[in-house]
Design a protein around this ligand. Sequence first.
Ligand code: ARG
Length: 463
Amino acid sequence: MPKRIVLAYSGGLDTSVLVRWMTEEMGAEVVALAVDLGQGGDWDAVRARAVAAGAAEVEVVDARNEFASDFVAPAIRANALYEGKYPLISSLSRPVIVRHLVDAARRHGADAIAHGCTGKGNDQVRFEVSTRALAPDLDVVAPVRTWGFTREDSIDYARKWGIPVSATKANPYSVDQNLWGRTVECGILEDPWARPPADVYELTVPRNAGGQPKELIVTFEGGSPVALDGQPMPLDELVPALDAVVGPFGWGRIDMIENRRVGIKSREIYECPGALALLLAHADLESMTLERDVAHEKSRLEPRWAELVYDGLWFSPLKMALDAFFAETQRFVTGDVRLRCEPGTAPDGTGSCFVAGRRSAVALYEHDLATYTAADRFRHQDAEGFVRIFGLGIETWATKQGPGSQGPGKQGTGKQGTGQPGTGEAGPGQDRAGQGMAGRPAVTPPSPAPAPPGSPGLGEPAG
Ligand code: ARG
């Protein structure tokens, strides 16, 4: 049995009971480690509770800045949304907690770390896999998985040992929170058909119904948000500041059925107005600044990154390799995104937040190429040859095998094209844009001479 254990201490009911339980049942000395990730709360009370529960040592670590810069910022760079929706609020926090657990274990000469997760969730996976990645020699103790306590048992146990816990038997929800957002599970939410009652929400309570819209500018540098409305701000302050602006519009909620790593589907409510607004803004700025192939390849890899992090593989070679790729893509993701929040008209006050504009000194958006005005400097005459060669393979296929062709079993003329064999050049007297193969009309009819830029008649004024 481990003699000294560093416990990931939240200050809540289960981990408070755990302090006493491991002391009594395992004869261990418990170091309670609480990590401030921006969840709010009274850290003096948390400290006092750990002491009351019998902790040999208590530490509170302020890891907000580290969490934001080392965990949240990479998630923004990766546009990370698990199953396309969930911004990994809890998933990002466990590896940073483990970093501090391992550090404390070394400092206190502990032989194990402990967590208060159940056997049905993802968090146990994240705690344990991360610990094994950073410190394979440490044991992991997880009594909540097997001790068989109901919530009522835990409350009774806390009372018996004089541990002051605020939980009452009536509080139905399980909540996890940090500066990236808030997660809510259990209670009536376990019925996927039930609409979440208003009391599950804290960060997105509509307060601006019937009020004025609001615009704000998020500035990014190298893929990371660095300022709000021109005011430079570290990320751990910027996210809550954005929460405070966007949340009152009643925007930033997610209601999803999610696939946990342990094979269970669960109903989850998330509130993360700031996180969703930043992800929206970041992805939008990338659309201005990333070259097409990079953008497309990146979007293929993003869901994989989110899945790895969700699955507890923060400290893994594939996730680190993807980080390196994403970091390389972010060099020019610099500029401003204008977000606009509008109050809701629905009776429940649910409003909206969307991108109203973007600008970047290194944008690949070129007005003179995109415009349909006289400023146009796109070389229209080059389009003809480009499109013709681009479509050449399809034209060949259409002639020989396509729906309208004289394929096998159909009556054919047996004639081949009249161009010079093997050169791809048009034959004598034959315009390149003229007759196509086998005497059939070419797919593209001859084009008129290019009209001067900006004149009407260039075709559809659309991409
Ligand atoms: N389902 C989410 C996840 O796995 C949220 C987990 C919340 N954790 C908690 N202990 N309440 O990331």
